[in-house]
Ligand binder design. Structure first.
Ligand SMILES: Cc1cc2nc3c(=O)[nH]c(=O)nc-3n(C[C@H](O)[C@H](O)[C@H](O)COP(=O)(O)OP(=O)(O)OC[C@H]3O[C@@H](n4cnc5c(N)ncnc54)[C@H](O)[C@@H]3O)c2cc1C
Length: 409
């Protein structure tokens, strides 16, 4: 006979955003069921540059202690205009030391992060995972109920939809999206190199998109190389030696001789912003609510802020005897996430489009903007602070002082 269980919250999807939400909710004292088919995490070839607030949250949840060794600090970030166009900006370099921080963030392979999150969920009281897919979602006045492909069903007053960009939970809640695609694809791979990276992340802005080298521990880096889909297809026919030659040419050999290690990943680029971030007992977390191109390392940092935010709102409601999936909590979550998501998705889209645009005014605007960021001291510091710790109210789990107080240190 098919079983039926319940918990305070169901999390649909166990990618990095969903697992973080599940762990944050359990950490706040709620009972949580995470449902995900639990595919092999090593299939994800990406790394994520996680900013200080995200790492603070992962430390507090006991995740960073497991996987932090696989990350490298990003002490400096460099943007080099390699468009070869008439209006080019000077190279811009930011150092975390200028704002009194040891690093802007840390770069970690997604596979290591997901494995550590899964381990912590397994060790945490109040959290359980079910290795299955959700086949059907029912939303009514009192509860959200998901029926799994195994026939089992689970109910809860709140359903966190972290089931990725094609979210079926988002569709079940009737939440529409604005979505678009770019004529771009990202090639992702890991490299070993002759020269040390010095914990500097270097983003070359090329006419087809950014070409970004991000440090990993030792003389290793991850590369995110944005190209036209046609060029990406052509490059996929190159063997590792030929592709490494091309990487050395495009990176102006700043890392000396390079060697490709491991398989490559290919990600067509697109954008998506949900029209609401919560409705009908469903709160959107991670790519279910927003997808942005890989410029300025924003995607998962936004997803982790979603996770910390819904955990705070839902836990405060449950502890006050209120409904965590009710209209008030859905409204609070929608307001809490709207400005952050919409402003960042807009800024990344603008930067990407001015990079691709052949129009002189767009090139001038981009060059002037980057040049101002590079040369005007206060503007530089505001931009750097914003990257490390966004200026609006961060959820408690991401605030360093409060996290230290929670730990009693
Ligand atoms: C090239 C590239 C580089 C990037 N670099 C960075 C970076 O440096 N920094 C950064 O912050 N971000 C970065 N990002 C963004 C980041 O990778 C994503 O934001 C993040 O991986 C999305 O995680 P997620 O958990 O929201 O979604 P996903 O990882 O897509 O997880 C969704 C999960 O839901 C599950 N699921 C789907 N349907 C169902 C169902 N019906 N039932 C149950 N489970 C279901 C899936 O199996 C999956 O496990 C990058 C992205 C790209 C493309």
């Amino acid at each position: 006979m098919a079983t039926h269980t319940s918990s305070d919250v169901i999390v649909a999807g166990g990618g990095p955003a969903g697992l973080s939400a599940g762990l944050a909710l359990a950490h706040a004292g709620l009972s949580v069921t995470v449902v995900d088919p639990a595919r092999d995490p090593s299939q994800d070839r990406r790394t994520s540059a996680l900013m200080v607030a995200s790492v603070t949250m992962l430390e507090e949840l006991g995740v960073w202690g497991i996987c932090g060794h696989a990350s490298a600090p990003l002490e400096r970030m460099r943007i080099i205009d390699d468009t070869g166009r008439l209006f080019r900006s000077p190279s811009v370099e930011f150092a975390a030391g200028e704002i009194g921080e040891p690093a802007f963030g840390w770069n970690i392979p997604n596979a290591e992060l997901v494995a550590a999150l899964r381990q912590r969920i397994g060790e945490t009281a109040g959290a359980r995972t079910i290795a299955a897919s959700i086949g059907h979602v029912d939303l009514d006045e009192d509860a959200a109920t998901v029926t799994l492909t195994t026939g089992e069903s689970v109910s809860a007053p709140l359903l966190v939809a972290a089931d990725g960009r094609n979210s079926m939970c988002r569709a079940a809640a009737g939440i529409g999206v604005d979505d678009w695609s770019y004529d771009q694809a990202a090639i992702v791979l890991d490299l070993e190199h002759e020269r040390p990276h010095g914990n500097v992340s270097t983003e070359f802005h090329r006419p087809s998109g950014p070409f970004t080298l991000v440090p990993l521990p030792g003389n290793r880096s991850s590369l995110v190389w944005v190209e036209t889909p046609k060029m990406a297809d052509a490059l996929s026919t190159f063997d590792d030696e030929a592709l490494a030659e091309e990487i050395m040419r495009l990176s102006h050999r700043i890392l000396g001789k390079v060697r490709i290690t491991g398989p490559r990943g290919l990600y067509p680029l697109s954008g998506l912003v949900a029209r609401r971030f919560a409705a009908k007992r469903v709160a959107l977390v991670g790519e279910a609510g927003h997808v942005v191109p890989p410029i300025g390392a924003q995607g998962l940092n936004l997803g982790l802020r979603d996770a910390a935010s819904i955990a705070e709102i839902a836990a405060d409601a449950v502890h006050a005897g209120e409904d965590p999936g009710g209209k008030r909590c859905c409204g609070d979550y929608d307001r809490a996430r709207r400005i952050d998501v919409v402003s960042r998705a807009g800024a990344i889209d603008l930067l990407n489009r001015t990079l691709l645009a052949d129009l002189l005014p767009a090139q001038m605007m981009r060059a002037a903007g980057l040049s101002a960021l590079g040369s005007i001291g206060p503007l530089r510091r505001i931009a750097m602070r914003e990257g490390v710790s966004p200026g609006y109210r961060l959820p408690r789990l991401m605030r360093r002082q409060e996290s230290a107080l929670l730990r009693g240190t």
